[in-house]
Design a protein around this ligand. Structure first.
Ligand SMILES: NC(=O)c1ccc[n+]([C@@H]2O[C@H](COP(=O)([O-])OP(=O)(O)OC[C@H]3O[C@@H](n4cnc5c(N)ncnc54)[C@H](OP(=O)(O)O)[C@@H]3O)[C@@H](O)[C@H]2O)c1
Length: 286
């Protein structure tokens, strides 16, 4: 196992420390712009070296995770590249979903192998060490380091998915839709349920089991088969009524219409509605 250095102790950085410690992967040093956070973590996990930023290569483990915000990755890479010595025996990764390993080019020039190692998961500073279990890390960059990163992922209970820089950008856009926008969609659904006075808390309680079953069904069957509801049943009158209810709510209406049109296409692919019904539904949703 390599020795690890972590630079950046935000949501992901802190969760990684917890998870790496739990599986006994040694952390040699930890750095953070707000040095108190690095110090507290170093004390809690018995990490011998901490600071604001490393001032010599000797402080670094041979696998370095740059877990600062995307905007700061290049700056941190530049800082590291200014340390004297070469990085021939070092692997340096960042964990951004959006950026490619090219952001670490200054370190590659100094001999490092570089990659992006992006966990498809959501983390806060309170996340549990188990947050990596059963998730995927996308891997992009120097292929020579993939076996090492696959090994780390495996120790954390995760799997890896090799991607090109372009595939990585698409996967990130997809992750935003699947996670962040699902969150927003549910918030909009609860807003819709509350329009006639139902309390948002009760609406949330009532809708969450439905969401959980929907996710389970999607995991077990195709999207076409997992789909249920008025559009799949060709129930034009119900869709018309929903459109009437949302008049005066332009944002909720746009969400309902946009996703409704996509749902018509899915229902048609499932062969549960015929072309004339699909056409009428699209007109109602226009
Ligand atoms: N959180 C997630 O759900 C998640 C999921 C997948 C991937 N990621 C990736 O993980 C990385 C970290 O994200 P995060 O959510 O953990 O961020 P975060 O919780 O917002 O923490 C940001 C970290 O970056 C440091 N930082 C910010 N600006 C800096 C600068 N100019 N110079 C040096 N350090 C700076 C902060 O230091 P201070 O403590 O001093 O503010 C803090 O340690 C990003 O690349 C992100 O794309 C995050």
């Amino acid at each position: 196992m390599p020795e690890i250095t972590l630079i950046g102790t935000g949501g992901l950085g802190q969760t990684l420390v917890r998870a790496l410690s739990e599986v006994n992967i040694p952390i040699k040093s930890i750095f953070n712009r707000t040095v108190d956070k690095a110090r507290d973590i170093a004390v809690e996990y018995g990490i011998l070296t901490h600071g604001k930023q490393p001032d010599n290569i000797g402080q670094l483990g041979n696998l370095i995770f740059i877990t600062v915000t995307d905007r700061a990755i290049e700056e941190v890479a530049q800082q590291l590249s200014r340390l004297s010595g070469d990085f021939n025996d070092y692997t340096i990764v960042h964990c951004s979903g959006n950026e490619s390993a090219e952001l670490l080019h200054p370190l590659r020039v100094k001999g490092a192998s570089v990659a992006s190692f992006h966990p498809l998961q959501t983390f806060t500073e309170q996340s549990d060490a188990k947050a990596f279990q059963d998730i995927y890390f996308s891997l992009q960059g120097d292929k020579t380091v993939f076996p090492l990163l696959e090994n780390i992922a495996q120790k954390l209970g995760a799997q890896t998915l090799e991607v090109t820089a372009d595939q990585k950008s698409n996967l990130h856009a997809a992750a935003v839709m699947a996670s962040n926008y699902l969150n927003t969609l549910l918030e909009a659904a609860i807003d819709t349920a509350s329009l006639s006075g139902l309390s948002p808390e009760r609406a949330k309680e009532a809708l969450l089991p439905l969401v959980a079953t929907t996710l389970r069904n999607i995991g077990e069957q195709s999207f076409e088969n997992a789909l249920t509801g008025p559009i799949k049943r060709g129930d034009i009158e119900t869709v018309k009524r929903h459109i009437e209810l949302l008049r005066g709510q332009p944002e909720l209406m746009t969400i309902y219409q946009t996703l409704g049109k996509r749902t018509v296409a899915l229902a048609k692919r499932s062969q549960k509605i015929d072309s004339p019904t699909a056409q009428t539904l699209l007109e109602v949703l226009a």
